[in-house]
Ligand binder design. Structure first.
Ligand SMILES: *Cc1c(COP(=O)(O)O)cnc(C)c1O
Length: 492
């Protein structure tokens, strides 16, 4: 392991600084010098580190190597689809014609970009089986907010403005109840049954009591338990028979691409996470795009701007007739839209179908290989991810957190843990469609080896990670009192 890694946190560029050392020599200027800004704007002593170029290159290269990323290893973070995304999409998104557009330039000078957005709206409508699409939302949670505001606007326009309740299954991603609460609704949790499906009786009684007070049910498909909801048609019928809308969280559409269209299942509005399913790397919280697809009934309420094509072929930015308005600046996260469109076109219909096949096959393969060593949360076929439980290991004194930390020693990023909340000691594993059998096998071998260590040498697991540059962090303090800034010793 190299020196900088061992010194992580102790050595900064400031510590490497030597007075007078410079990065590169610049020739004397042969053009007239510009005057400096007024003196009060200048600091005579700016305490910047003085380094050679080689020092700087080595410092930042070593720092970058400390990052775990999909480019360096297996990253089975359930619900987040940390898959490999083809690098060609990065080149395409950086083409000057896309990257150097100004969001305020007149639409007639950005016809190519608008054509791309219109094409993407059309493709996503086809993929979801819905009638229209908005590309405005900048994340999955933002798409949820758009969808729930549309549900409110729809009910208000139909005399249902007093519908105050939004139903959310107890397995849902936290953004679902948070969205409904942010939009001012009362959130009601619907339990899951013993098989991990929505408890239909509980749904019926929530609707039957005073069903005309329900604005929407927010259902995730596949659920965050990694399961398809076999009663989806019945659920849609029940919700609609009470005048409520069915919202679909489709963040993990990689499980269904080319096989199931949410529009055929009865969803009224459905969001997609382009940064999970459609080729944008999203480590560190962004960037993202969470388009929503809607039925023709809800299309007039879509946020603005919406890309349309005039009969003469010109692309324009329009405001839908009863639009919920603007949700952000400009047109959404354009670079993410470029990547998604390029991805869809390069794969074609068959390629998209192959994604869902590989995603589901890989997750079921992991389930089959781990089923004897770990308890399955639900013993049935899964979709793109599998939720297992560390409860057996916990009984032996090794927590799921320890198992996650031990995986780091095996060169694997830990899966999502302690979520979904309804599974004891949950580990939510999404191998994704982009991994080979060899790398999925290597992950399974690591999980099986850790299960053996729990039996034979539990302290090895409890003390993990031993091979990471930093061991166990005080995550609560790191989040509450982050130290993000270098302070000079004299406090300046
Ligand atoms: C990731 C995810 C979200 C939230 O998406 P963001 O883009 O992070 O806001 C919502 N629901 C599910 C099921 C998800 O996996």
């Amino acid at each position: 392991m190299n020196g900088a890694t061992e010194d992580l946190g102790a050595t900064l560029t400031f510590d490497l600084s030597r007075p007078g050392r410079i990065g590169c020599a610049v020739a004397a200027p042969d053009v007239p010098l510009s005057p400096l800004p007024p003196a009060p704007l200048l600091r005579d002593e700016l305490p910047l580190p003085e380094l050679s170029q080689l020092d700087v290159v080595r410092y930042f290269t070593r720092l970058s190597q400390l990052n775990f990323s999909i480019d360096t290893g297996f990253y089975p973070l359930g619900s987040c689809s940390m898959k490999y995304n083809p690098k060609v999409q990065e080149d395409i998104a950086r083409l000057p014609g896309f990257a150097q557009l100004h969001p305020l330039q007149p639409a007639e000078t950005a016809q190519g970009a608008l054509a791309l957005m219109h094409g993407l709206q059309t493709e996503l409508a086809e993929i979801t089986g819905m009638d229209d699409v908005s590309l405005v939302p900048d994340a999955g949670a933002h798409g949820e907010l758009a969808g729930i505001l549309i549900a409110r606007a729809y009910h208000e326009s139909n005399g249902g403005g007093d519908r105050q309740r939004v139903l959310v299954p107890d397995s849902a991603h936290g953004t679902n109840p948070a969205t409904a609460a942010m939009a001012g609704f009362d959130v009601e949790s619907i339990p899951s049954d013993a098989d991990g499906n929505l408890d239909i009786e509980a749904l019926e009684s929530a609707l039957d009591g005073n069903g005309d007070s329900v604005a929407a049910l927010m259902l995730t498909l596949p659920s965050t338990l990694g399961l398809f909801e076999p009663q989806i048609l019945r659920i849609a019928e029940l919700v609609h028979s009470h005048g409520a809308l069915l919202y679909g969280d489709g963040a993990n559409m990689n499980a269904m691409l080319g096989r199931v269209k949410p529009g055929d299942l009865g969803f009224d509005v459905f969001h997609l996470n382009l940064h999970k399913t459609f080729s944008t790397p999203h480590g560190g919280g962004g960037p993202g795009a969470g388009p929503i697809a809607v039925t023709s009934t809800l299309a007039p309420f879509l946020p603005t701007p919406h890309v349309r094509r005039n009969p003469d072929g010109e692309f324009v930015l329009a405001a839908p007739e009863r639009s919920i308005g603007r949700l952000g600046l400009f047109h959404g996260n354009f670079g993410v839209l470029v990547r998604a469109y390029a991805y869809i076109l390069s794969l074609g219909a068959q390629g998209l179908r192959d994604i869902s096949e590989a995603a589901v096959l890989n997750a079921n393969y992991v389930q089959a290989r781990l089923r004897d060593a770990y308890r399955l949360a639900y013993d049935r076929r899964c979709m793109h991810e599998v939720v297992i439980s560390g409860s057996r290991q916990k009984a032996k004194g090794v927590k799921t957190l320890d198992i996650a930390k031990r995986l780091i020693d095996y060169g694997v990023h830990p899966p999502t843990i302690y979520f979904p909340l309804i599974v004891d000691e949950a580990m939510m594993i999404e191998p994704t469609e982009s991994e080979s059998k060899e790398s999925v096998d290597a992950f399974c071998e690591a999980m099986l080896a850790i299960a053996r260590e729990v039996e034979e040498e539990p302290d090895t697991v409890r003390d993990a990670p031993t091979r990471a540059p930093l061991r166990r962090l005080d995550e609560a303090t790191a989040a509450r009192k982050p130290v993000l800034r270098w302070q000079r010793e004299d406090g300046v």
